[in-house]
Design a protein around this ligand. Structure first.
Ligand code: HPA
Length: 234
């Protein structure tokens, strides 16, 4: 048991899929894994372990934002010996050619968060995906015929920004999309010497103002899940 995860030792697989929404974690476990067993209900942040293609896989909610995700990722790496974490989530597009429903795989994560300012005392760490895992995702995407955008994303601490134009600073430097967690995930994977990768679907666009319907989100979610599971099991 750790402070925020009430699972006994050995209950969590070496590979963990991590959506922000704990109900998504339950949905993934019940619809994509075989024989899922719930190992955590503390704070309603559900975690399940099952199998996919014969491989043991867990799925654990992270909550929204870098502080929440960091609590779960620290405990998974430090207390449960987890080897790789793959975040699965949604993002807002910052580029005209990154369209609603597209998939983005984050090679790196810029951030406006102060968390790494504190850790690195004002110096600038570059949170980066695990190369082997990224290469595996690329092979899986080719095998499944699922196209994706690979590149830099923004992990922002602010969903409702006072400045509606601020995203243009990042967009003008080629940043593909905005979400709220990956910079912390990649930083902690580097700290613990483990593997991390973020796969996202585009749910809305800051460029065009479009947003997906819940029905559309379901469809693109399935493509992202296939890619994530093929990468995890491959
Ligand atoms: N901002 C931050 N996180 C997000 C967004 C967004 O526009 N869309 C999906 N996750």
């Amino acid at each position: 048991m750790s402070i925020h995860i009430g699972a006994p030792e050995g209950a969590i697989a070496e590979t963990v899929l991590m959506p922000g929404d704990p109900l998504r974690a339950r949905f993934v476990a019940e619809n994509f894994l075989e024989n899922p067993v719930c190992y955590n209900e503390v704070r309603g942040m559900y975690g399940y372990t099952g199998t996919f293609g014969g491989k043991r896989i867990s799925v654990q909610g992270s909550g929204m934002g870098q502080p929440s995700l960091s609590i779960y990722v620290n405990e998974l790496f430090r207390d449960y010996g987890v080897k790789r974490i793959m975040r699965i989530g949604s993002c807002g597009s910052l580029q005209r050619d990154v369209k609603i429903r597209d998939i983005v795989v984050a090679m790196s994560a810029s951030t406006d968060s102060s968390m790494n300012d504190i850790t690195f005392r004002g110096m600038h760490f570059a949170p980066t995906a695990h190369w082997g895992l990224f290469a595996r995702a690329e092979r899986a995407a080719e095998k499944l015929g699922i196209p994706f955008h690979g590149g830099n994303i923004l992990s922002s601490d602010i969903f409702y920004n006072n400045d509606p134009e601020e995203w243009k600073i990042w967009s003008s430097h080629g940043v593909l999309a905005v979400e709220m967690e990956t910079a912390a995930l990649y930083t902690l994977a580097a700290k613990y010497g483990r593997e991390a990768l973020t796969i996202l679907t585009v749910s809305d666009s800051l460029v065009t103002g479009e947003a997906t319907t819940s029905e559309e989100r379901e469809k693109t979610f399935t493509a992202m899940m296939k890619l994530a599971l093929e990468t995890a099991a491959g």
